[in-house]
Ligand binder design. Structure first.
Ligand SMILES: C[S@@+](CC[C@H](N)C(=O)[O-])C[C@H]1O[C@@H](n2cnc3c(N)ncnc32)[C@H](O)[C@@H]1O
Length: 432
């Protein structure tokens, strides 16, 4: 093993094993594995009292008994060693998928296509999502604030909600729009803790019903916070209607073709002195071939129609072209790994419930998605170990304002989190 590759040992994330980072094909031998699977039972049978009088069937019984723990293991651990047993190839089936589904989806991205694909995903069932997202029901990356311990998923999400509200600099007189609001957690959090007027928008009927109930259960009146079930293109309000706008990992669903139009729409809806926080998943410029294979898996099985393949430079270019000025960017890939790792653990712990309600297939698709995504968003070592490292998938959180002469930039300084950090009081807020 190479001694110059360093592993991390942070309680906040699932740390990569050295083998997974430093070694490629060759470290692991299928022949040795086979010899162990067949050889160890042979010697056990030969030397163990009583058992040694057994016959061929006894031998095979011991083989099965011992091989199970060797060959069936934790999916995430098995995926850490994937370079030992998998190769990443562009199969004919993938070619077919790219030309018959992916490219047409990217080219057309019609409103009806979005409605079908988004509802198919998010309206599967709230219980399905609750089994990995936990009680917060937030389907985006959380934020690590204390890397010296394993913060819970709920802490990571509360940190993120507080951070976003801090960047938005929310005040009671604000009118906030949350585009792609999911199950309404940020809508509720902002209205409850900051007293502002909040409108959430989602295409999902289940999310609308769940979020509306959550707002009510938190004692927030319908006059203060509401969720609209509509496409972002149909948001009813007029120019400058909102003083603050947020979109957390919704722009991936907009697609490359309509990205610019979407951002122009946000620009128009935003007050001239307003703030827009855009959180979007993407990929680093120097992505690896394996990332393409992972991305195609995600497109085919998890988020059809969604696109998280854009680099930070591309996103910045798009927001600037739409008339925004970047105030601040945080790159949060490793925070995503920590979040998805906790989703993975929740999902595995709810295995029986998932299989009872949705069947084995859905359990297995999701366990693979969560295990692989924990790894792919985790880290990247230095370039000399480029081929053994991962982490090309990342997450960008941009704080934007209009690029106008008349913007009062001086007033945005106290909420510039990379200069001042989060206000401690923001971390005390909780979601109900
Ligand atoms: C990954 S989820 C993020 C949810 C939420 N922001 C959170 O942090 O949990 C993406 C959200 O975008 C919404 N969405 C996707 N396409 C949309 C569209 N065309 N119009 C409105 N909402 C859309 C989905 O309904 C979903 O709520």
């Amino acid at each position: 093993m190479s001694s110059s590759v360093q592993v991390t040992n942070s309680p906040a994330i699932k740390n990569a094993p050295l083998e997974g980072l430093a070694e490629g094909n060759g470290y692991f031998s299928n022949r040795v594995l086979l010899a162990l699977i067949l050889g160890v039972p042979y010697f056990l049978k030969k030397w163990t009292p009583i058992v040694r009088y057994g016959g061929f069937k006894t031998y095979w019984f011991i083989v099965i008994l011992l091989a199970l723990p060797i060959t069936i293991g934790d999916v995430l651990d098995i995926m850490e060693m994937r370079h030992d047993w998998a190769s990443f190839q562009f199969t004919p089936e993938l070619f077919k998928y790219v030309f018959t589904r992916l490219i047409p989806d990217v080219i057309f991205h019609t409103q009806s296509q979005d409605e079908t694909q988004v509802r198919d995903h998010y309206d599967r069932g709230d219980d399905f999502y609750g089994w990995f997202l936990g009680p917060r029901m937030v389907y985006t990356s959380g934020v690590i604030l204390d890397p010296t311990r394993k913060e819970t998923l709920e802490e990571l999400q509360d940190n993120k909600l507080a951070l976003v509200c801090n960047k938005l600099d929310l005040k009671p007189e604000d009118r906030l729009l949350d585009i792609g609001c999911g199950w309404g957690t940020l809508v509720t959090f902002a209205a409850k803790n900051f007293g502002c007027d909040v409108t959430g928008v989602t295409l999902s009927k289940h999310q609308t019903a769940f979020g509306t109930e959550r707002i009510k259960n938190n004692g927030v009146s319908h006059d203060k916070a509401r969720i609209l079930c509509c496409d972002y293109r149909d948001i009813p309000d007029g120019p400058g209607q909102f003083t603050k706008i947020v979109a957390l990992e919704m722009a991936e669903h907009v697609g490359i073709r309509r990205y610019g139009t979407f951002l122009k729409q946000v620009y128009d809806l935003l007050d001239d002195q307003g703030t827009f926080v855009l959180q979007v998943a993407g990929i680093r410029q120097d992505w690896q071939f394996e990332d393409l294979i992972w991305g195609l898996f995600m497109n085919k099985y998890i988020f059809p129609g969604a696109d998280a393949s854009c680099s930070l430079a591309w996103v910045v270019n798009q927001v600037e072209k739409a008339g925004f000025e970047v105030k601040n960017i945080d790159v949060l890939g490793v925070h995503y790994s920590a979040t998805i790792y906790r989703w993975y653990q929740n999902w595995v712990s709810n295995k029986d419930k998932v299989i009872d309600a949705y069947g084995e297939r859905w359990y297995r698709i999701w366990v693979f998605f969560l295990a692989y995504s924990t790894i792919i968003s985790r880290r990247k070592t230095d370039l000399s170990y480029y081929y053994f490292s991962q982490g090309s998938f990342s997450l960008f959180q941009l704080t934007l304002r209009k690029n106008l002469n008349a913007v009062h930039r001086i007033e945005g300084i106290p909420s510039h989190t990379s200069l001042y950090g989060m206000r401690k009081t923001d971390c005390l807020y909780k979601t109900g």
